[in-house]
Design a binder for this molecule. Sequence first.
Ligand SMILES: Nc1ncnc2c1ncn2[C@@H]1O[C@H](COP(=O)(O)OP(=O)(O)OP(=O)(O)O)[C@@H](O)[C@H]1O
Ligand SMILES: Nc1ccn([C@@H]2O[C@H](COP(=O)(O)O)[C@@H](O)[C@H]2O)c(=O)n1
Length: 224
Amino acid sequence: MDSVIVAIDGPSGTGKSSTSKAVAAKLGLSYLDTGAQYRAITWWMISNGVDVTDAEAVANAASKPVIVSGTDPARPTITVDGADASGPIRTEEVTSKVSAVSAVPEVRSLITELQRSIAKGAEHGIVVEGRDIGTTVLPDADLKIFLTASPEARAARRSGELKGVDVHATKEALIKRDAADSSRKTSPLAKAGDAVEVDTTELTLDQVIECVVTLVDEKRAAAK
Ligand SMILES: Nc1ncnc2c1ncn2[C@@H]1O[C@H](COP(=O)(O)OP(=O)(O)OP(=O)(O)O)[C@@H](O)[C@H]1O
Ligand SMILES: Nc1ccn([C@@H]2O[C@H](COP(=O)(O)O)[C@@H](O)[C@H]2O)c(=O)n1
């Protein structure tokens, strides 16, 4: 197996982005942050005055923004209509509204097609991280990982990242976003039946990266 497709899913703050970027860099693979794409379309909706609680308005506007993802794990990029969106998509406003936008079926169908075409074009293979990669976007991925961690561990990690933010409020916000992402009708956050679950609560980031690299190596060895 020369080219390899790895799907990494899981709830918010479980370490998907950090792990996926590092694994892709170590193995010479491309990297795709699908959450960034949903954040980008949400940012566009907000910037263009679309009421994100109005699913019909979001669906009607969904095909307007042009979203481009750069897949170098050392320097992942995201642009909307040619403008760098990497900063604006991380604001609290986008984080609080992204689940409403990502629940709209028309949005999911457009973004899913974009994700599949990026994965198909990755010459040496790709690590794709999100919520529905193993279940819906790339059901034939060579390896599927589902990362978990306790809400306490995830909140502590996020609060350490965003200095001065209250851990309790962070934990409540994570739980709320996971509940919305898990309960939507179309392509909810879920573990694929054939995914390997890795609980990262007691693991360092380096241990998680090592674990995933070993799983990829095992898959490649088995395919020889
Ligand atoms: N195993 C770990 N131990 C300690 N900290 C970790 C671990 N994994 C990730 N982190 C840290 O936790 C924070 C969240 O990680 P990351 O952004 O990779 O999570 P995520 O699952 O992609 O989150 P989201 O879905 O919200 O984008 C980062 O600051 C990261 O450095
Ligand atoms: N495959 C995916 C990935 C993400 N989402 C939605 O985007 C939000 C932001 O994701 P982050 O990883 O950047 O935190 C997430 O809460 C989901 O609403 C998705 O639906 N499917």
